[in-house]
Design a protein around this ligand. Structure first.
Ligand code: HEM
Ligand SMILES: *[C@@H]1O[C@H](CO)[C@@H](O)[C@H](O)[C@H]1NC(C)=O
Ligand SMILES: *[C@@H]1O[C@H](CO)[C@@H](O)[C@H](O)[C@H]1NC(C)=O
Ligand SMILES: *[C@@H]1O[C@H](CO)[C@@H](O)[C@H](O)[C@H]1NC(C)=O
Ligand SMILES: *[C@@H]1O[C@H](CO)[C@@H](O)[C@H](O)[C@H]1NC(C)=O
Ligand SMILES: *[C@@H]1O[C@H](CO)[C@@H](O)[C@H](O)[C@H]1NC(C)=O
Ligand SMILES: *[C@@H]1O[C@H](CO)[C@@H](O)[C@H](O)[C@H]1NC(C)=O
Ligand SMILES: *[C@@H]1O[C@H](CO)[C@@H](O)[C@H](O)[C@H]1NC(C)=O
Ligand SMILES: CC(=O)N[C@H]1CO[C@H](CO)[C@@H](O)[C@@H]1O
Length: 328
């Protein structure tokens, strides 16, 4: 019996050394340090997202933006860096339309009340995004945890690294490759545009002044462009109107985004670009010929990859007390 226990302890010891050396994320990382953490996130999401389904889109987009700048480390949530005065990611143009910060803060408060200083803001984003997408009828995916929060947030990095709606396929591929995501991940993750909304400035150049001579983007279906001009973005300066990216099905996670792409109705140049590269086009066709379940399982795999980008584990970074500020 004694031998059994010491062997057991040895195994545990070796495993924990391996764990800390390897520094990888683990399923149920908080299962002993904060056993209720994942349940608190899920309960909060289940309680609030049905009343505010548009937040599901916001949260997965926040998850994407967080991971693309300095890794999935909660830096997207910071209002200030340690050297306050520098612009943080939140202030960068691509982030101006991010919402849902209060939602993450509310979950963080509940978790801090349960086990202070244990669960990172970075993990909360990844868990909340996954749990909300499930409520839109979308897939679920594994979210191993143990991410730590970063200390820095930098607006110019966000501007440089987060893909822009005007990016062409070369730039998109490059920005994804820089995060170790391939062409297939690009097509799949763009599929998140099956839910949610955009503001006119993200695409109105396609309707009014595509090349600077008062022209339209010829790759956008002209009937659709007419509708957008007459009922949505009535002037090129409209910066308040919102437009569904997947009209009629913006709250449902399905394949219709890809159907629209082939009808030349993708809203952004970056969406449309996916149909003009033979590799990405082949992939879109395969997704449309496959089942919804196939899309779901492939999307889940790409999310799992995205959620590993540049993660900080072990003793790097910190567990922020307040998601908007670095601990003092
Ligand atoms: C491929 C490069 C991508 C580009 C260029 C891009 C660009 C954008 C832009 C410009 C908006 C609209 C912002 C606004 O005008 O309000 C948007 C919205 C959105 N994006 Fe992307 N995105 C990309 C990839 C992704 C990825 C990888 C995800 C998630 C996995 C994602 C999820 C979303 C969602 C859900 C919305 C709707 C947000 C809402 O309704 O609040 N996007 N995206
Ligand atoms: C951070 O900024 C948001 C708005 O961007 C604000 O609602 C929140 O109160 C700020 N939090 C802190 C701790 O400054
Ligand atoms: C911004 O960050 C840089 C580099 O960390 C630092 O030298 C500078 O003082 C900061 N600026 C402000 C206004 O805090
Ligand atoms: C922010 O990132 C830019 C571009 O990488 C860099 O030039 C700048 O020094 C960074 N600022 C801080 C405060 O780290
Ligand atoms: C893509 O965009 C970049 C940056 O705007 C530009 O330098 C490049 O020529 C473009 N590539 C294509 C194929 O249009
Ligand atoms: C991404 O870009 C950064 C800065 O340009 C570079 O340091 C890094 O090695 C790149 N990462 C990959 C995976 O290409
Ligand atoms: C289109 O953009 C160009 C260059 O930015 C500008 O000079 C021109 O006035 C714009 N035309 C219209 C019709 O807005
Ligand atoms: C929207 O446009 C108005 C008028 O041009 C401007 O005052 C306002 O700052 C703009 N808002 C944003 C968020 O860019
Ligand atoms: C939620 C959030 O922090 N939004 C910020 C995005 O950027 C604008 C413009 O700089 C700020 O005013 C917002 O507070």
């Amino acid at each position: 019996m004694k031998g059994f226990w010491s062997l057991g302890l040895m195994v545990v010891g070796v495993l924990s050394i391996l764990g800390s050396v390897e520094g990888d994320l683990q399923m149920g990382f908080y299962s002993s340090s904060c056993p209720k953490a994942e349940k608190i996130v899920q309960d909060f999401v289940n309680q609030h997202i049905p009343n505010a389904p548009s937040l599901a889109a916001t949260l997965i987009r926040m998850n994407f933006h967080d991971c693309f700048v300095r890794g999935c480390d909660g830096s997207v949530l910071l209002n200030f860096t340690s050297s306050s005065g520098n612009q943080t990611e939140k202030v960068a143009v691509p982030n101006r339309t991010l919402r849902g910060f209060g939602f993450i803060d509310a979950i963080k408060s509940l978790i801090e009340a349960e086990c202070p200083g244990v669960v990172s803001c970075a993990d909360i984003i990844a868990l909340a995004a996954r749990d909300s997408i499930v409520l839109t009828g979308g897939p679920s995916w594994k979210v191993p945890t143990g991410r730590r929060d970063g200390l820095l947030s930098n607006a110019s990095e966000a501007l440089a690294q987060i893909p822009a709606p005007t990016d062409n396929i070369t730039i998109l591929i490059q920005k994804f490759a820089n995060k170790s995501l391939d062409l297939k991940d690009l097509v799949l993750l763009s599929g998140a545009h099956t839910i949610g909304i955009a503001h006119c400035p993200s695409f109105s150049n396609r309707l009014y002044n595509f090349t600077g001579v008062g022209d339209r983007d010829p790759s956008l279906d002209s009937e659709y462009a007419d509708v957008l001009r007459s009922t949505k973005c009535r002037t090129q300066n409209d910066n308040t109107t919102i437009v569904e990216m997947d009209p009629g099905s913006r709250k449902t996670f399905d394949l219709s985004y890809y159907t629209l792409l082939l009808k030349r109705r993708g809203l952004f140049e970056s969406d449309s670009a996916l149909t003009r590269n033979s590799n990405t086009l082949t992939y879109i066709n395969q997704l449309l010929q496959g089942s919804l379940q196939n899309f779901f399982s492939e999307f889940a795999l790409s999310m799992e990859k995205m959620n590993q980008i540049g993660v900080k584990t072990g003793t790097t970074g910190e567990i922020r007390k307040n998601c908007a500020v670095v601990n003092s």
